[in-house]
Ligand binder design. Structure first.
Ligand code: ATP
Ligand code: MG
Ligand code: MG
Ligand code: MG
Length: 562
């Protein structure tokens, strides 16, 4: 491509309102532009990188027999009502009405759509397993869109969904997908860890996040270099198991918990008295509620409340603050006591054991009619505690370190969470109707681009790894008015294209300084400068990442790239 014919609006200054290194550099180097909060346009270079990332993902998906589809972003509310997520998903779901006043959502995720699609088509175990993926824009009205592409409101996701007749089949696909994800992030050159993401309903082995280690990450992971153990610290408790009867709830009933605003409202909804919730403390956390377990023998000053009461986020809530807020909500409260070693599950899981209410380990859901000791073994919480830096890893093989991580991928087993309420069933080999077992697997494609951009840059610009670089070679004739330089550049440009190299030719009538600054900003791995020595057939070849330069004859260059 000729630079005069494409669109690369580079900036000399760092944009003041860009809050992450990747965001700043993507703007400066002319890869993206912001349209409005959390919404971006990809310019030609950004689009090329995005496509490279997509292609790596596609190849690895195809390697594990995941097949590409394309599902609608515009989704009728009825689908989301079937699973209850229309009510529980909250304000992150973008909703709209058509001219007939029918309600719709813009796809934040596609479990409902794909489950409804398959339930009408796949009726026999003989047609399972099936693993489908798509690459598509997702819409989430994030409370705080920020860091550019890292947390957008419209963003590109690869999402895959697998359908199975047996748990063994789901296990096998889950392992394949985990391996595919490892391959993808390795090929992208990212420094990442696969971490246990949830110790919830079906166990930590069934839910993993892929985290890129980065100071800008919004999650904290606990890991060790000498042990395979790694976990999101939200979930990094030791010895956690789930209520015994979750797989076969008897009287327990899972109910969607809508957006209650106060403790009294939550309590009323759960059929408990506010007083019963005192010991459980219902915390308002962003838009979700978290209930934490209180056993009455701990000092609240010790507790780490990550998102407490909406007043502080990621800070400790003091006993006094909690008590004041509780008092304001439900009247006078006696001394508040909480265990020092129990965490608040803000976004995902909610756990409690209070007179018949239990967290369902799923945002927006609770179990009611729970019988402590029968459905929950209280003892299992005795060992519940946070992992700390310097602890031995649970497998005893290493020492725990903490690091910030960017969640670039997430794989988990859904089981029948969607197929059951949506009555998506197949006939098994005995002719019995069973809900599909499902897995789902996401990668934030545009977030991955930003994570790579975060990692591969220096002060002057990007240093794209070849796997995702917008072009492989940047041809820079210093003076387009010089016939020898121009002709040699045109000759190389043509040859390189013939060899199927992706090459960008800086044919602009700009000064050398401008061209070099732009070339460094854009960050193509190899720069070939055609300058004064063009008359001797000599070119300067520069490795953008290492800064090494070589003077090569035209023939030598061509030999090397043939
Ligand atoms: P986060 O915890 O960062 O909000 P999530 O857990 O809500 O992410 P998932 O529902 O697991 O996200 O979606 C799959 C993947 O989509 C994530 O692992 C992440 O890479 C990407 N993703 C999620 N939200 C965004 C966003 N707002 N902008 C860009 N990518 C996103
Ligand atoms: Mg999210
Ligand atoms: Mg997450
Ligand atoms: Mg996730």
């Amino acid at each position: 491509m000729r630079q005069t014919l494409t669109f690369i609006p580079t900036l000399r200054e760092t944009p003041a309102d860009a809050d992450a290194k990747s965001h700043q550099m993507l703007l400066r180097a002319g890869f993206i532009r912001q349209n409005t909060s959390g919404v971006y346009s990809f310019l030609p270079l950004g689009k090329r990188v995005l496509q490279k990332v997509e292609e790596i993902i596609r190849e690895e998906m195809q390697n594990v027999n995941s097949v590409e589809v394309f599902l609608p972003a515009l989704q009728q509310a009825e689908l989301w009502q079937e699973t209850g997520r229309w009510y529980s998903y909250g304000p992150e779901l973008m909703r709209l009405r058509d001219r007939h006043d029918r309600e719709f959502a813009l796809g934040a995720t596609h479990e409902e759509v794909i489950t409804s699609l398959l339930r009408d088509e796949i009726k026999s175990y003989k047609k399972l397993p099936l693993n489908l993926f798509q690459i598509q824009s997702k819409f989430r009205d994030e409370k705080r869109p920020r860091f550019g592409l890292l947390r957008g409101r419209e963003f590109l996701m690869k999402d895959a969904y697998s359908f199975h007749a047996t748990p063994e089949s789901l296990d096998a696909t889950y392992e394949d997908m985990r391996q595919a994800y490892t391959n993808i992030f390795t090929r992208l050159g990212l420094n990442f860890r696969a971490v246990i993401a949830d110790s919830g309903a079906i166990g930590g082995k069934d839910n993993h996040e892929f985290m890129v280690l980065s100071d800008i990450g919004e999650d904290i992971i606990a890991y060790s270099d000498s042990s395979p153990y790694a976990a999101n610290i939200e979930m990094a408790e030791v010895n956690v198991t789930y209520p015994k009867s979750v797989e076969s709830p008897k009287a327990m009933e899972k109910v969607a918990t809508p957006d209650q605003k106060t403790i009294s409202e939550v309590a009323a909804f759960l059929g408990a008295s506010p007083e019963q919730c005192i010991k459980t403390l219902v915390f308002k956390a962003d838009d979700a509620y978290a209930i934490i377990l209180a056993r009455g023998d701990h000092d609240i000053n010790d507790i780490k409340v990550k998102h407490a009461l909406g007043v502080k986020t990621a800070e400790l809530a003091s006993a006094e603050e909690v008590q004041n807020l509780l008092s304001a909500e439900i009247g006078s409260v006696g001394p508040v006591q909480l265990p020092s070693d129990v965490k608040v599950y803000a976004d995902h899981a909610v756990k409690s054991i209070v007179n018949g209410i239990a967290g369902a380990n799923e945002t927006g859901y609770h179990f009611i009619n729970v019988t402590p000791e029968q459905d929950f073994s209280i003892d299992q919480y005795a060992d519940l505690r946070f992992i700390q830096e310097g602890d031995a890893s649970p497998d005893g093989q290493g020492i725990i370190q903490f690091a910030k991580g960017i969640e670039v991928g997430h794989v988990f087993k859904l089981g029948t969470t969607y197929s059951e309420p949506m009555e998506a069933t197949f006939l098994n080999d005995q002719g019995k109707a069973k809900p599909y077992l499902m897995g789902c697997y996401g990668i934030g494609v545009s977030r991955v681009l930003a994570a790579v951009a975060e990692q591969f840059q220096d002060d002057a610009g990007f240093q794209w790894p070849i796997a995702v670089a917008p072009y492989a070679i940047h041809l820079v004739p210093i003076n387009m008015k010089d016939d020898t330089q121009r002709e040699l550049a045109e000759d190389l440009y043509k040859l390189m294209k013939d060899y199927r190299y992706e090459v960008l030719l800086d044919d602009r009538p700009e000064r050398a300084g401008v061209k070099f600054a732009d070339a460094d900003l854009i960050g193509i791995p190899v720069r070939v400068t055609i300058g004064k020595r063009a008359s001797e057939g000599i070119l300067e070849v520069k490795n953008r990442r290492t800064g090494e330069t070589f003077e090569w004859q035209r023939e030598e260059l061509l030999d090397r790239i043939q």
